[in-house]
Ligand binder design. Structure first.
Ligand code: ZN
Length: 439
């Protein structure tokens, strides 16, 4: 059914070029990103903030620096983390600002307001004089914008501007033992990357039901860094998921003017007309046992798939369609029926609530949240009962062959291969590394 499982595992020799590249990506990530930051400072023409003119090594290691311009006075660079339980005063004290100066600073609204918005865990860099006067303070705010607080005459001014991030590539692998999130946690993979991984393969794998112990995966993703420190993950660039011996692979591709999307390395779209699971995948649903089967067997021959999930869990439209029904219906309780092309309908039953404004005749898109898990109708616990019908005949959505989106056209295939060869190569390389580790 899926081409991926037919794809031979091509053993790829590790070329020197690629080997070096990987070495930089893993071992030298910090150094590489420092260079990237320095380079970015040099090339961003409207770099708005004074920080960009400060030599990077002075910001990264607190030490005495001489002030440019030949002044004899010494300045100290400090770096510290705003901790949970910290106050602004305790932070300023640790970075060497004296008490009188702290009082003066906190009396200035343009200084105290941004400092009060500091989130625990934020790294703060500061420059102070020998006497404990503040000569400058910098940090990234909740929107990843660079805030700088600096003396201006007798007072202080605060500025906010775009921060010069560098983008590194991170590669990680994991093994499924209990849930996807426990696997990504032990591999040190951020949650947003785990969610993207589940999304990318959501047309092929039902992450609520299909995962098995021994499944494994590899992800290649962007990591945005600021001054060599990871700030947050970006886009998933490539992934491999081995589910019950079936191999699924994805690479990100975007050409000029397109929205971009995920494809198999040979150019087939990973987007399917239907998602495998109507439940939004999250840390909560990932740990929820799906062995739970509360439906009264005498209701009738079981006609759908049950997903145990906490009340309120988001229920997504599995495919683009039109709302045919949204209301109460006997044992189904609150149920939504979506009508799709080709005589197909999908049914979502026992809901606690419908999405706001949902009504018959309305168009919904794939993945759109249409309702919330509940236990209305004949249900002994919160769960979603999901049905797939073709011309009103029940089909098993777990085994149904689903139509796929358009592949990369022949005219774009060359550009696609060129753009994604590196990513596909990284997946190959990581697979070989993993195999080598097993031997
Ligand atoms: Zn059911």
């Amino acid at each position: 059914m899926n081409q991926n499982k037919l794809m031979p595992i091509v053993a790829q020799s590790i070329s020197t070029g690629r080997g070096q590249r990987i070495a930089i990506l893993t071992g030298g990530a910090v150094i590489a990103s420092l260079f990237a930051v320095v380079a970015a400072f040099g090339t961003v023409p409207d770099a708005p903030l004074p920080l960009t003119t400060t030599p990077i090594e002075q910001l990264l290691s607190p030490k005495v620096e001489s002030i440019p311009g030949g002044q004899a006075e010494s300045a100290f660079m400090h770096e510290d983390r705003f901790q949970r339980g910290d106050t602004i005063s305790s932070l300023l004290d640790r970075i060497g600002v004296d008490e009188t100066e702290t009082r003066r600073l906190l009396a200035l609204p343009q200084v105290s307001a941004p400092l009060r918005a500091l989130r625990p865990g934020t790294t703060v860099q500061a420059k102070t004089s020998e006497d404990g006067d503040l000569l400058g303070l910098w940090f990234l705010n909740a929107d990843d914008r660079l805030v700088s607080i600096q003396p201006q005459g007798e007072s202080f001014k605060t500025q906010e501007g775009a921060a010069a991030f560098s983008t590194d590539t991170a590669m990680k692998s994991g093994d499924i033992r209990s849930s996807l999130f426990s696997a990504t946690d032990s591999a040190g993979i951020p949650d947003s990357v785990a969610t993207q991984l589940a999304d990318v393969f959501s047309g092929d794998v039902d992450f609520h039901r299909d995962l098995r112990k021994g499944d494994h995966f590899t992800v290649v993703y962007e990591m945005l860094s600021y001054q060599g420190r990871p700030v947050r993950p970006g886009r998933l660039l490539a992934a491999e998921f081995v589910n019950q011996q079936r191999v699924f692979r994805a690479v990100w591709f975007q050409d000029a003017g397109s929205k971009g999307g995920y494809y198999t390395p040979d150019g087939k779209s990973l987007r399917k007309a239907f998602l495998r699971s109507p439940l939004e995948f999250s840390r909560v649903t990932s740990g929820f046992s799906n062995r739970f089967h509360p439906i009264l067997q005498q209701w009738r021959k079981h006609t759908g798939v049950d997903y145990g999930a906490p009340t309120g869990t988001h229920v997504r439209a599995t495919g683009d369609g039109v709302v045919e029904f949204a209301g109460k219906q006997g044992g189904y309780g609150n149920v939504i029926v979506l009508k799709h092309s080709g005589g197909m309908t999908t049914w979502y039953a026992h809901l606690s609530a419908f999405a706001k404004g949902l009504r018959p005749g309305m168009r919904v898109g794939q993945s759109e949240i249409i309702g919330y898990v509940g236990q209305t109708g004949w249900a002994t616990g919160p769960h979603l009962h999901y049905e797939f019908r073709v011309h009103n005949e029940f089909r098993n959505p777990l085994t149904l062959a689903l139509p796929t989106a358009e592949p990369i056209g022949p005219g774009r295939l060359g550009a696609f291969k060129t753009a994604t060869a590196g990513l596909a190569g990284q997946l190959d390389l990581l697979r070989e590394t993993n195999l080598a580790l097993l031997e």
